[in-house]
Design a protein around this ligand. Structure first.
Ligand code: SF4
Length: 638
């Protein structure tokens, strides 16, 4: 089968210069699209080539990119996603975030695989994309509106409820460095401050409406492969639990394992878990299930609070990260308060992980006597105080008082506060870590330490370590203990494997719930579906190498900014302080990071002392670049 451009891929890239107020449409380059597959691959290649170390994240020269993948907009299950990328203002390194919902497919229907935005508009604007290209529309009247109000205002103005909208909320306008781009109200590309970059360009929103369709090269083969994938999803042992509870089931599950982020990682179990679990949420407030475009699980839900101080509050979700973040992490066992906090983050446009870390960080500083109530604007910093949680979110969004200190993330906040507060800041490379305690899941610990966008679990998701399947672990990773979550052994190869699976999901723009956690599409089938969609012949090995190439390119991008092995680290709490006795089956555990790093670098073909790719590794992957730590590499990566 030969490649047919316009199958799978739309074949067009939209370039927007906000300073000049103009846009152009260019064809997507075949060679580039094959080497740097789909959303994350396309964006990363532009980031490497065009956003060199001298480009400040909030300068007009930073690129803000939206890209989909070759399956998006088809009926392949969960092929709905979009990657948003730029240099991050929160971390200073690679910034990237991925969202589901309906925006990605709509962008494909408008005929675009990627949108690259540079410059800064002289006045607030929003970008409206149609099949004909980009239209810049005034947005002074939208500035200051929250995410929900903005989406509704744009849909009303355009007279079309089918327009898909990505919004930077008031937090982004105010310069909160962990503000995201929010799609479909509660489907954010939340991490690494992509909304902050968008607002810095004087751009309030991006809206899209397409009239086209996505063609595939071999419709019969494609339909047959979709049928196989759907059958695998329906037959999966976790199908019912995912459908009923989504990711919220992890609150109780991680508590049971003793590694639920509780009281800012001071322990791995939360005494109030039964009042805030996903099961309690479903029994108390759930109204119905919800799905992203084309999803056959689906894992999302819709809730409504009928009585009490938050009566009338209704929204999609929440996901595990928000639910645990505003319950166990901050020591709050009032479910309605947690739902209100998540709703505030969605409306203001803030990342729930970074926001809940900021609040639990300052609560622990209060307990340790490093920040007084007076310094915190008179707030009561005791764990779980509902008024304090909600007031801090308001203050962070407005950058007011203690909120201004926290709005730059906990790394900066610790620098401002001083007094040894850095040891309480739970971040890696400036990005706040998630709601599971790495001491109880060591593959995840390694994944978070080495992730290309900072303290992030979604770059690897090595869930296999929770299976206990020693036989399969030996077969796949050469080490039986790769399937034991509390063992450091075998985790280097495990994380390498799952990093590439996550890269595959982010390139095809298929949901990680299906492609990574349920593993419904092994590489051989992925190569077949890619061929059926695009007409490209891809071997299993070639596809895996493409994912490995992307991981290496991201490593080179960060190396150029001066990062190496010394930055692949975790907060001291995880490597030096054992989980306390009340952490159930994880009690006493710490992360043996150095041992795991050595194994990981060996598996990757990276230098053990620097943590950077060796020349022979880059050559094998066809990356003709040299790693020169801390200095701008000449030329681009293509
Ligand atoms: S599994 Fe959940 S997050 Fe993934 S596509 Fe389906 S509804 Fe969206």
């Amino acid at each position: 089968m030969s490649a047919r451009w316009g199958c799978g891929y739309a074949g067009r890239v939209l370039l927007v210069d906000l300073t000049a107020g103009r846009s152009t449409i260019e064809p997507l380059d075949h060679g580039v699209a094959r080497r740097f597959l789909g959303g994350r691959g396309l964006n990363m290649r532009v980031l490497y080539d065009e956003v060199t170390p001298g480009v400040h994240p909030l300068s007009p020269e930073n690129r803000l990119m939206f890209a989909t993948g070759p399956l998006v907009g088809t009926h392949f299950p969960g092929a709905c996603r979009v990657n948003v990328s730029a240099r991050s203002p929160l971390t200073g390194i690679l910034g990237d975030s991925n969202a589901g919902g309906f925006f990605g497919p709509e962008l494909k229907y408008a005929g675009f695989d990627q949108v690259i935005i540079q410059g800064r508009a002289p006045r607030p604007v929003y970008l409206f994309i149609t099949d004909e290209g980009a239209h810049l529309r005034p947005a002074e009247h939208l500035w200051g509106l929250d995410v929900w109000e903005t989406q509704q205002a744009i849909r009303s103005e355009l007279g079309d409820e089918g327009v898909q909208v990505g919004v930077a909320g008031p937090a982004a306008e105010n310069g909160v460095l962990f503000a995201g781009v929010f799609f479909n109200l509660a489907r954010p590309a939340a991490r690494t401050g992509m909304g902050t970059v968008m607002a810095s360009k004087n751009r309030k929103a991006v809206a899209v409406r397409g009239r086209g369709m996505v063609r595939v090269a071999d419709p019969a083969a494609f339909a047959s492969l979709v049928g196989t994938a759907d059958a695998a999803i329906f037959a999966h042992p976790e199908y019912d639990a995912r459908r009923r509870l989504g990711t919220t089931r992890l609150v109780r599950a991680l508590h049971g394992l003793g590694c639920l982020a509780s009281f800012h990682f001071r322990t791995g179990c939360f005494p109030g878990v039964d009042r805030v679990s996903g099961e309690r949420l479903a029994a108390t407030y759930r109204v119905k299930g919800k799905a992203c475009f084309g999803c056959t699980i689906p894992c999302s839900r819709f809730f409504r609070i009928e009585s009490g101080p938050f009566a009338g509050l209704a929204s999609e979700g929440p996901e595990f990260e928000g639910l645990a973040g505003f319950s166990s992490r901050v020591g709050n066992d009032d479910l309605a308060v947690a739902l209100r906090a998540i709703d505030m983050c969605n409306r203001y446009g803030m990342d729930v992980i970074s926001a809940s870390e900021a609040i639990s960080f300052v609560m622990e500083l209060g307990e340790a006597g490093l920040v007084s109530s007076r310094e915190a604007d008179g707030l009561d910093l005791r764990w779980g105080n509902a008024n304090t949680i909600l007031a801090l979110l308001e203050k962070i969004c407005r950058r007011e008082g203690i909120g201004d200190v926290l709005a730059g993330g906990v790394r900066r906040a610790a620098e401002l506060i001083g007094r040894g507060s850095e040891r309480y800041a739970m971040h890696v490379k400036g990005l706040e870590v998630f709601q599971a305690d790495p001491r109880g899941i060591k593959g995840y610990a390694l994944g978070v330490a080495v992730a290309s966008r900072g303290g992030d679990h979604l770059r690897s998701e090595p869930w296999f370590e929770l299976t206990g399947d020693s036989e399969e672990a030996t077969r796949r990773f050469g080490e039986a203990e790769a399937a034991q979550r509390l063992s450091p052994r075998g985790k280097g190869r495990l994380v390498k494997y799952y990093e590439e699976r996550c890269a595959l999901a982010d390139c095809l723009q298929v949901c990680k719930n299906t492609l990574v956690n349920m593993e419904i599409l092994p590489y051989d089938q992925a190569a077949c579906i890619l061929a059926a969609a695009t007409g490209w012949e891809f071997s299993e090995e070639e596809l895996q190498a493409s994912c490995e190439r992307l991981v290496n390119l991201e490593r080179c991008y960060n190396a150029r900014l001066g990062l190496g092995r010394a930055d692949d680290t975790l907060p001291d709490r995880f490597t030096r302080e054992p989980l306390p006795p009340d952490s159930g089956p994880s009690a006493g555990s710490v992360v043996e990071l150095d041992q795991m790093l050595d194994e990981y670098y060996l598996a990757r073909g990276w230098d053990l002392s620097t943590g950077l790719p060796k020349g022979e590794t880059l050559s094998r992957l066809g990356l003709e670049i040299s790693v020169n730590p801390g200095a701008a590499a000449p030329g681009g990566c293509s």
